[in-house]
Ligand binder design. Structure first.
Ligand code: FES
Ligand code: FES
Length: 186
């Protein structure tokens, strides 16, 4: 009987929420699994594992991506933001998180991390979405609990909070990947 060769591994650097992590992973390790199992960042949820539900959405160099469709080795050295990175250093909720709380945008919360990251990127590109645009912004994310009404409301509430934050001195989130930080990036 022949013995299977051990799986080849790769040394990569995962830059997540401003911290660099050197990890050794097999070539086929999914980014979602690397985040959850190798780094312990379990805020990124895995639903369908087929790129359909959006629960696993993280930001890659600021753009929303399905972490269940990417191999971790392909994003080595790039900047990742997970839901854990949306709050300020002191734990203060980021504007999209606060908006979900204010508008009751979540019930079981399983889909929520994907909505939060998606909306964070969406509002950076379109800070004042119309009603239709707010719904389009979240159209790629599935929620089984909420009926989407309060999620759409939360998009507008987050837009208001971001606008208020950018006109006050201390209302700016300080984490990399936060809307304010990305606006300031060259
Ligand atoms: S778990 Fe990635 S899109 Fe559903
Ligand atoms: S809040 Fe339960 S799946 Fe969206």
């Amino acid at each position: 009987m022949t013995q299977e060769a051990p799986e080849e591994t790769h040394d990569i650097l995962l830059n997540v929420n401003g911290a660099a992590h050197a990890v050794t992973v097999p070539a086929r390790r999914l980014l979602s699994d690397a985040l959850r199992h190798d780094l312990g960042l379990t805020g990124t949820h895995v639903g369908c594992e087929h790129g359909v539900c959006g629960a696993c959405t993280v930001l890659l160099d600021g753009a929303p991506v399905r972490s269940c469709l990417l191999f971790a080795v392909t994003v080595s050295g790039q900047e990742l933001t997970t839901v854990e990175g949306l709050a300020a250093e002191d734990g203060t909720l980021g504007p999209v998180q606060q908006a979900f709380r204010d508008c009751h945008g979540l019930q079981c919360g399983f889909c929520t991390p994907g909505f939060l990251t998606t909306i964070t990127a969406g509002l950076r590109d379109n800070p004042r979405p119309s009603e239709v645009e707010a719904r389009e912004m979240v159209a790629g994310n599935l929620c089984r609990c909420t009926g989407y009404q309060n999620i759409a409301k939360a998009v507008h509430r987050a837009a208001d909070l971001i606008a208020e934050g950018s006109s006050s001195e201390d209302g700016r989130p300080s984490r990399p990947g936060s809307i304010a930080a990305e606006e300031e990036a060259p």
